[in-house]
Design a protein. Structure first.
Length: 383
């Protein structure tokens, strides 16, 4: 009965948090994530080969677009757009020069893009672009954008009157090369790294401007090792479909991963994309076969997993072989693993996560995870 009471209290707490998130900006989900990259054709090959994404749509010179080329990839409910500039004076080229290959757009699916733009700008958001209607023979899409941390933007996408492959201006991308998927289903959360003393500023932005609530907070006692620390607040919208953890550095003996990110990214930005799977053992096994590199988890981590998380469905020895971590909360448990950075700058990476009831973010894994990251920092000479 004590356990049941704990679960009931936890559920009540979650429901209270979701209720606190205002509904003036109903978000249906993540519509797409757009990365500005140096060579979209080659990047698309990597995401197809290594992560199992499938060709979906294309826009470029052949479709009448003169300043950029964009390749759209899909897997499950995830859509990635890889965009590269076609000239050196493009704002896209400037973004890549400063940040490297990086997330530029986190697009949010809405019923009414005009209303979303008006609601957020009235509450203080800086416009990126005003509501724009885009049309072709398949209907129309309304989009509008606002600025968030650093050079990252949110674009509201209203597509209820559109039946095309992606957006007007895109055509189906037909390719004979589509390696099988690896089981990725949807975006679980996306993490933003911001500078010193900026976490509360951006948590307040998401609360006041977008109606989000603070799902959970971690301070430097939760996320620290002997050498470095950080703090984080997880912001969520009303239906819980959109979750944005916001990280900032905390005082430590040496340089934290957040400081390293900001140094090489040259400002705040999206640190990682967490993608969900229903079978993390299969997904990670496939990704390893395809050359994806993951952080190394110290073997000693697994000596206490059984005591800490209790009974799980998976074979613990197999999880240890693959480097998959496990954590439990009042709702269940989760399994997670983190790739190494997917480019040469030590900036953006991916998290693979499987939730088996758990609503949390792996607090019990933080120390092992950050020790693994610190080992990578030592190898890079940036700790």
């Amino acid at each position: 009965m004590a356990t049941l009471t704990g679960i009931q209290n936890y559920n009540y707490g979650l429901q209270k948090i979701f209720n606190e998130a205002e509904d003036f900006l109903p978000l249906l989900g993540t519509d797409y994530v757009e990365l500005y990259v140096g060579n979209a054709k080659q990047a698309a090959h990597f995401y197809k080969t290594a992560l199992g994404f499938q060709s979906l749509a294309y826009a470029g010179l052949e479709t009448g677009v003169r300043d950029r080329a964009s390749y759209v990839l899909a897997q499950g409910k995830i859509r990635l757009v890889l965009t590269t500039p076609l000239n050196s004076h493009s704002p896209i080229a400037e973004h890549i020069k400063r940040h490297g290959d990086a997330v530029k757009v986190i697009a949010l699916w809405v019923d009414d893009a005009r209303a979303a733009f008006e609601a957020t700008t009235q509450r203080g958001a800086q416009p990126y672009f005003e509501p724009t209607v885009e049309k072709d023979e398949f209907g129309e899409v309304v989009r509008a954008g606002i600025h968030t941390y650093g050079d990252t933007v949110h674009i509201f996408v209203e597509r209820k009157n559109y039946n095309g492959v992606f957006l007007p201006g895109y055509e189906p991308w037909l390719s004979d090369y589509n390696p099988t998927e690896v089981g990725l289903k949807y975006i679980d959360h996306m993490v933003g790294n911001v500078g010193w003393n900026q976490m509360n500023t951006w948590a307040t932005f998401y609360h006041d401007v977008m109606g989000f609530a603070n799902l959970i907070s971690f301070d430097d006692k939760d996320i620290s090792t002997e050498y470095s620390a950080l703090m984080s607040k997880v912001m969520t919208n009303g239906n819980g479909r959109i979750k944005f953890p916001i990280n900032e550095p905390a005082e430590g003996k040496k340089k934290s991963q957040i400081e390293e990110f900001i140094e090489f990214f040259e400002g705040p930005g999206c640190q990682h994309i967490a993608v969900a799977t229903d079978d993390i053992v299969f997904t990670v096994s496939e990704m390893r076969k395809r050359g994806v590199e993951f952080l190394h988890v110290p073997g000693a981590y697994y000596d206490t997993v059984g005591d800490r998380v209790g009974e799980i469905d998976e074979n613990l020895l197999r999880l240890k072989e693959l480097g998959i971590m496990v954590d439990r909360d009042e709702e269940g448990y989760l399994l997670q693993i983190f790739t190494r950075p997917v480019e040469d700058r030590p900036t953006m990476f991916f998290e693979i996560i499987q939730r088996k009831g758990a609503k949390s973010f792996g607090k019990g894994n933080f120390r092992a995870l950050f020790e693994s990251i610190e080992e990578e920092q030592r190898r890079r000479g940036t700790l």
